[in-house]
Design a protein around this ligand. Structure first.
Ligand code: SAH
Ligand code: SF4
Length: 409
């Protein structure tokens, strides 16, 4: 082995910054990036390739966070890695389990930024809803995250880290000897049933198409068949309509697309999704029509939040059908009952109104299920947990200030 035993600095991919203790977090790196680290440390091409394959497997197939457990790597190499690297996870600030089984986490990055992740178990699938940014630059009027300012984009490591953490929490890493597993288990059997986490949706905090490159790199790692191995068909990226980026999603990751449409005319959409002033409904639907791979078996989801007397009339439903037909879109519509938050401007449409709206779309031959609200008891709506936590800490600070005053007085 050509790797020296003492601590030499190793050139790192630009997107990882060393932590305070000088070690760098490998989570989120691709096999190629891990290989580059070994090459830069002086290993020959063949060695670097083999080592990166082994490390990648331990990281993303087995979920190992301790180099000592990577038993097919030499002892010297393991301690060399331990001196320079960590396999990190986001810090858990809060973890909640709803009485309907929904789980929600408030996570914290190494530089103290909080973001949310939700897991929604269903009979036939388990969906992890992950964040792409801390906050959001867009200000959709019904969205609580929209009231926060954007703090920063999440890195690929922080995005992949959410999936890794969920696997940890659900106890879903394969156990046993790696060799035995590799002999008996094909990639397909690894992907097979019985897993809790089967799907990923980029519907947490942030606009994924304003952080596309990090989201893309993270999803490539998540889709790699020798690691987490989630198929692109089980990943859905939701956008509020960043039109110029939609083609790149198709070309570079080709995951399922969801569009936060929410309104069918300019006036209403301008109000509730202000990005509409920049990219019109027509441009957005044309980008959807051009999306590669959109077909009847792989339809584009149109999300539509039901806001009382704002976007929920029969006329709106008919116009929605017209638009989807006009652009010949293989579509399904997801009707989302509005989840109110303190200070929000809107109310949720009445259940009867939502039913009538749904029926018009169904009758036109387009699927339009009403999404059941999940985890309301644990504030599972986008952005709510983070601000509750911030409020709590402000209240806590006030209490401490009062105590201090009292002590001084
Ligand atoms: N920024 C992206 C992805 C995150 S938002 C986007 O806008 O598509 C994901 C979904 O959560 C959006 O469809 C949005 O409509 C929905 N959402 C946000 N706040 C909501 C609320 N208070 N009630 C119901 N749905 C909400
Ligand atoms: Fe941002 Fe999406 Fe919320 Fe709009 S709905 S403010 S784009 S997170």
């Amino acid at each position: 082995m050509q790797i020296p035993g003492h601590i030499d600095p190793v050139p790192l991919p630009a997107k990882i910054t060393p932590r305070e203790d000088g070690r760098a977090d490998l989570t989120g790196l691709s096999q190629l990036e891990i290989r580059d680290i070994f090459s830069a440390a002086g290993q020959d091409e063949k060695q670097a390739k083999l080592r990166s394959k082994q490390v990648f497997h331990w990281l993303y197939h087995r979920g190992v966070t301790d180099f000592a457990e990577m038993t097919d790597l030499g002892k010297q190499l393991r301690s060399w890695m331990d001196e320079r690297f960590v396999v990190g996870r986001p810090e858990i600030v809060e973890a909640h389990v709803s009485n309907d089984g929904t789980r929600k986490w408030l996570l914290r990055s190494a530089d103290g930024q909080d973001y949310e992740m939700v897991f929604i178990p269903d009979a036939d699938r388990g969906t992890l809803c992950i964040s792409s940014q801390v906050g959001c630059t867009l200000n959709c009027r019904f969205c609580h995250t929209g009231t926060m300012r954007l703090v920063r984009n999440l890195t690929p490591g922080e995005i992949v880290g959410q999936v890794m953490l969920a696997r940890d929490a659900l106890g879903e890493w394969p156990k046993g000897a790696m060799d035995a597993l590799e002999e008996n288990e094909s990639v397909t059997s690894y992907e097979s049933d019985g897993r809790l986490l089967t799907n990923i949706v980029l519907m947490g905090m942030g606009e994924p198409l304003y952080n596309f490159e990090n989201v893309r790199d993270a999803m490539k790692v998540v889709m790699d068949s020798s690691g987490l191995a989630l198929s692109r068909r089980r990943i859905t990226l939701s956008t509020s309509g960043v039109v110029p980026m939609i083609a790149r999603v198709g070309e570079e990751i080709n995951v399922n697309l969801a569009i936060s449409l929410h309104a069918v005319n300019k006036e209403t959409r301008d109000e509730i999704v202000p990005l509409n002033r920049k990219y019109s409904i027509e441009e957005l639907l044309q980008a959807c029509a051009d999306y590669p791979g959109a077909s009847n078996s792989r339809r584009i989801t149109f999300e539509y939040v039901m806001l009382k007397d704002k976007n929920d009339s029969d006329q709106d439903a008919r116009e929605l059908v017209n638009l989807l037909r006009q652009y010949d879109l293989p579509a399904k519509v997801n009707l989302i009952p509005f989840n109110p938050w303190p200070g929000s401007d809107y109310e949720c449409s009445e259940p009867e109104r939502i039913k009538a709206f749904s029926k018009i779309i169904f009758d036109a031959g387009i699927s339009a299920p009403v999404r059941t609200p999940r985890g309301r008891d644990i504030m599972a709506a986008c952005g709510q947990l983070k601000s509750a936590s911030e409020k709590k800490s402000r209240a806590e600070l006030d209490r401490l200030a009062e105590e201090k005053q009292a002590a001084l007085g």
